[in-house]
Design a protein around this ligand. Sequence first.
Ligand code: NDP
Ligand code: HEM
Length: 499
Amino acid sequence: MIDKPRLTTSAGAPVSDNQNSETAGARGPVLLQDYQLLEKLAHQNRERIPERVVHAKGWGAYGTLTITKDLSQYTIAKLFGAVGKKTDLLIRFSTVAGEMGAADAERDVRGFAIKFYTDEGNWDLVGNNTPVFFVRDPLKFPDFIHTQKRHPRTNMRSKTAMWDFWSQSPESLHQITTLFSDRGLPVAPMYMNGYGSHTYSFWNEKGERFWVKFHFKTLQGHKHYTNAEAEKIIGQDRESYQAHLFGTIDRGEFPRWRLEVQIMPEADADKTPYNPFDLTKVWPHADYPVIEVGVVELNRNADNYFAEIEQAAFSPSNKVPGIGYSPDKMLQARVFSYADAHRYRLGTHYESIPVNQPKVAVQHYHRDGQMNVYGGIKTGNSDAYYEPNSFGGPVEDKSVKEPPLRIVGDADRYNHRDGNDDYGQPRALFNLFDDAQKGRLFDNLAAAMDGVPDEIIERQLAHFHLIDPAYAQGIRAARAALAGQAKDSISDQESAAAE
Ligand code: NDP
Ligand code: HEM
């Protein structure tokens, strides 16, 4: 017989019966003093926490970054400082719009969030599987997300809302073209690239700043589903990504990505024909070639999904010396938004949850708060509870100060569409597609527009026309074919009914 551990209450006392409630007589009602019953029910009522307001459905695993090229000429960040240097990490992949129970194989942008547990604290790179985004001003992010979520009255997703918003936001064209192309529906997380998407910054020992973009290139190759294939998959398995990622790692087959960076000297930002801090634009590779930096490998599943993946808290505000932000307006807003979301979703002390804990000493003067599980204060000395103090409490380290960034301009609300070409880069992407890829793009767009009022469709097609007349024409033809199929299917049903 197995020697089993003893069941206890949450206060540690042994439990005598976990099968039968305490009742007044064998057939009688339960007694209020059966606290174990009450506690079991009360705990169950608190098992769910708020899901993420976006990116609610996700899959994750642990792994390692191994450096293959030393970047110390660009950054003092120690994780990039030597060939062979290894840094532990956690990645959580996700879809954006679906709720926690959404099917995995839905067409949507995929989140690609990485927490690097570096020797100097956590660095979070919270990116997507696309190098650009739908909007470039954070004031529009909540509006955009509302169009992706449910309609307040019908409680259903609304194609009309999506296209109404997009057709009045031409900066979304680059991301729309990506989303409805083949790469908008990967087979599983390991068959897609990841991108930091924003422009970030590096600074080196000499105090020189460089702008930087991060790319994670899949080493498994790109694999995607067509809409029809995905419908079939979802019919059979709503958790296809979880099954694929978890199963692969469990079998010891470890997915890998090549980490590449693009680097721009600080002064170049005034010279590029596009705004290098605009999240709807890439930096063409011909202008800023990629530099291979390392390899990311995922090699360990979480032991408990809720504790380690659901409670993972990623934030663009988490950076380490040598890595900085950029003037990208979207990034600036995200620096605020994520930690705020975590305090609401997980609580004030979300960074004390093991998966979020840095692997270095954490020493600060924040105090108290709900669920403070670290003994009240993190200075290592209870007399040092303010700063400056004479009791050996932690002090600042000027050596990690970021070089100053020159900023000029009058405070105002500038129209971000003025003088901004929203068509050129989507055109470059469209031109990368062969005829078959273009055909699938047209079909995917036509299906996504089905049932949307004509006025909105025409406004959107006018934008596609400005990318390339063949783009708009292709969608029109695909819409006509779809309408024809619908008519055929109605007449088939009518003839079947008549027989
Ligand atoms: P390049 O030809 O030098 O690079 C093309 C890039 O596009 C590669 O990163 C490639 O990724 C990616 N790509 C290739 N096929 C597809 C596809 N079917 N769907 C989506 N992405 C694809 O061109 P440029 O740098 O001049 O960029 C041209 C266009 O490529 C851009 O407008 C942008 O839409 C897209 N792109 C550019 C990126 C960049 O950082 N410059 C990054 C990703 C896309 P891979 O190596 O994995 O095949
Ligand atoms: C999740 C806000 C743009 C990638 C989230 C969450 C919020 C948020 C509040 C939920 C966080 C949580 O509860 O844990 C915003 C705002 C944006 C923005 C305000 C723009 C102003 C972006 C962009 C990207 C991105 C541009 C990618 C480049 C992600 C990812 C997650 C996420 C990957 C999920 C992280 C995880 O796996 O836990 N975002 N977001 N977001 N966002 Fe954004």
